[in-house]
Design a binder for this molecule. Structure first.
Ligand code: P6P
Length: 335
């Protein structure tokens, strides 16, 4: 594999993708075009998120998503925007989305890729202007190009991802992604409407002092999780929990830390979804030198069997995840 070409801060996303495509022989033009399609949709969603307070599109859309959660209008808008951009781009044959019970067949039988996405994660924070994000995974289809989409295209382990990323709609809007050759972050320059390279070759610190877990649910934690949380406090780690996975993950990626959404008595598989939340962030975490598991098994190795299957998530700085795993593996018996 050729050495990674280092490109200067301020390089546009389009140029970065083009340069990287030439650099890595595997990279077909289609994957580059797909990444561009995602970035276009992200810019439009960003505009809608920024306008949300002004154009009174806040509040409940009234519909319920497959999770039985109130669907915010922005959720629906973001979902439709990404589906439209990815369908029109022609590179994608199927889309898995948190917002849709079934997969979307894009009617592009010659599309070589499948996308799994959470179009607007953290949507319960929209009304209170807390950062929210889009999370996406990119898979190569397994069935022959031109044939109907098969289950083998949809239920792929996280190790099969050819790309993954997230967009964070915060004080600035960022796009962070990997295609398996490191992690790079781009910040949207609104006056240009361009994502510019701002965080080249991102690496998560091996150690950290931030732990992100919703202690409001502590009554529902098993003893092993309670023991781990006590260990964090004994080590004087700082508790930081925004309640928006992308925002918590991004902070930990930059500063070091661990995000935990554990198995609980009422939700043995936790809350987060394997296909369009955990796998994408796990790919990024590992590419940045971090780690991700369900407390016992590597996230990327978990076999998907249902579209919206959930899994516990321990993700972030390698040494912090390994310490958390030691408590989970010790099991419930240790007080
Ligand atoms: P809780 C948002 O709904 C989300 O999926 C993640 O973005 C966030 O980290 C988590 O759920 C928050 O869940 O149960 O702590 O409110």
């Amino acid at each position: 594999m050729s050495e990674k070409l280092s490109l200067p801060i301020g390089t546009t996303l389009s140029r970065f993708i083009r340069e990287r495509q030439e650099q890595f022989t595997y990279a077909s033009g289609e994957l580059s075009q797909l990444l561009r399609d995602i970035s276009v949709a992200a810019k439009v969603v960003n505009r809608e998120v920024n306008r949300a307070g002004l154009t009174n599109i806040l509040g409940k859309h009234g519909a319920q998503n497959v999770q039985g959660e109130e669907q915010q209008k922005l959720d629906v808008i973001a979902n439709n925007l990404f589906i439209k951009s990815l369908s029109n781009g022609g590179e994608v044959c199927a889309i898995i989305s948190e917002e849709d019970e079934n997969i979307t067949d894009t009617q592009n039988p010659h599309g070589k890729y499948v996308i799994a996405m959470d179009p607007l994660d953290g949507s319960s924070n929209i009304d209170v202007n807390v950062s929210i994000g889009t999370i996406f995974s990119i898979y190569r289809r397994q069935s022959p190009v031109g044939s109907p989409v098969q289950e083998s295209d949809i239920f792929q382990k996280g190790t099969e991802q050819v790309g993954a990323g997230y967009t964070l709609y915060g004080s600035s809007t960022m796009l962070v992604y990997t295609t398996g050759h490191g992690v790079n972050g781009f910040t949207l320059e609104p006056s240009l409407g361009e994502f510019l390279l701002s965080h080249p070759d991102m690496k998560i610190p091996t150690k950290g002092k931030i732990f992100s877990i919703n202690e409001g649910s502590a009554v529902d934690f098993g003893q092993a999780v309670k023991n781990y949380v006590s260990d964090c406090k004994k080590n004087k780690f700082k508790g930081r929990y925004i309640g928006s996975l992308v925002a918590d993950f991004h902070r930990n990626l930059l500063k070091g830390g661990i995000y935990v959404y554990p198995s609980t008595k009422s939700a043995p598989n936790g809350k987060l979804r394997l296909l369009y939340e955990c796998n994408a962030l796990a790919f990024i975490a590992e590419q940045a030198g971090g780690k991700s598991s369900n407390g016992i098994q590597r996230t990327l190795e978990i076999e998907p069997t249902e579209l919206h299957q959930r899994c516990p998530l321990y993700i972030g700085s390698k040494e912090m995840v390994e310490r958390a795993e030691s408590f989970i593996m010790a099991g419930e018996n240790v007080e």
